[in-house]
Design a protein around this ligand. Sequence first.
Ligand code: PLP
Length: 391
Amino acid sequence: MDYLSYSKNYLMNTYGQFPVVFTHGKGCKLYDTEEKEYLDLTSGIGVSSLGYGNEEWIKAVTDQAKNLAHISNIFLNIPELTLAKKLTEASGMSKVFFGNSGAEANEGSIKLARKYSYLKYGKGRSTILTLNKSFHGRTITTLKATGQEKFHKYFDPFTEGFKYTDVDVKSLEAAIDPTVCAIMMEAIQGEGGVYPLPKEFIDKVFEISKKKDILVIFDEVQCGMGRTGKLFGYMNYGVEPDIVSTAKGLAGGLPIGAVLCNKKLENTFVPGDHGSTFGGNPISTAGANCVVDTLKKPGFLDDVAKKGAFIKNFFKKASSKNVLEIRGIGLMLGIQLNSEKSSEVQKKALENGILVLTAGSSVVRLLPPLVISEQELESVLSSLVKIIDEI
Ligand SMILES: Cc1ncc(COP(=O)(O)O)c(C=O)c1O
């Protein structure tokens, strides 16, 4: 079957896609239509955190599919309720709303923050402050929330009420005005180049927010669900946000998104304020229960942190002439090249059976499945360093 022509003829031209069609996977390995094997360091952009073909996850999802695939939100279902309990308990947050994607979770977070502010301060205090280099999604609102000018073209008019600050205390202080109701940020900026936020900056955000009753929203869509060796990326900073958006890795390969809120906001939404047909879908939430149970297994998250340190050490020891630094936390890492050749590395790696991501033109981004072993890492990293050395 000529699938590549199908892609050209029938799919909208929205992604720069490689001419590889994957058919199956096992563990951290993926196989294409030619049965070529690849070692995956991408997890489908932070989604397949348990790898491929995980037996427990398959059982949870298929058992649920056999019993009940969907029921509307005017009724209740067991996997959704179980997940709500597990997620709120594990995070220390109060309540959760389920949707389908990261952008949708951020939309929900923004609505929640604006309603809280409206009820308390009245109309007009609705600005959401976000960070330059951030990424928050592809809907009209979350594109505008994204602090990168290149995303603010073509699709006018965008949703109003966003302001941006550099990751810098002076810029932050200058951006705060009486209309700001919330600050939204990624603990580690993913698409923007894999930049963990400095602790002093986050502390300042919390100091100002506390003083002015501004809500703090963490967009944990990419760096959440165990990716950094903690349940959420912000937990590396010892802070407690008001709202958390999560998605990607939450269900280990099924569409899901979630908005978590603390006690302060638990009664802000009332029936009619928000909803989503597939939100809390039994199959997605069954997959998510399996992911949360796995993250809670003793030592699992510590191992994620250890494997992250292993990768960093590997690159330090290899001291490739083309690598300036490797940054990130846990298994969310960015290899900063000394040239704008991240796409070249990605292409060569693919030819050599290794899947990596980029984050801009000079950063090779790694988001391996959280279950990858040190042995797998050892061999794949040797090949990757060689590829980077040769560009
Ligand atoms: C931090 C962050 N927020 C939001 C999104 C959007 O998520 P989705 O593509 O599931 O809508 C992404 C996707 O890359 C992301 O990395």
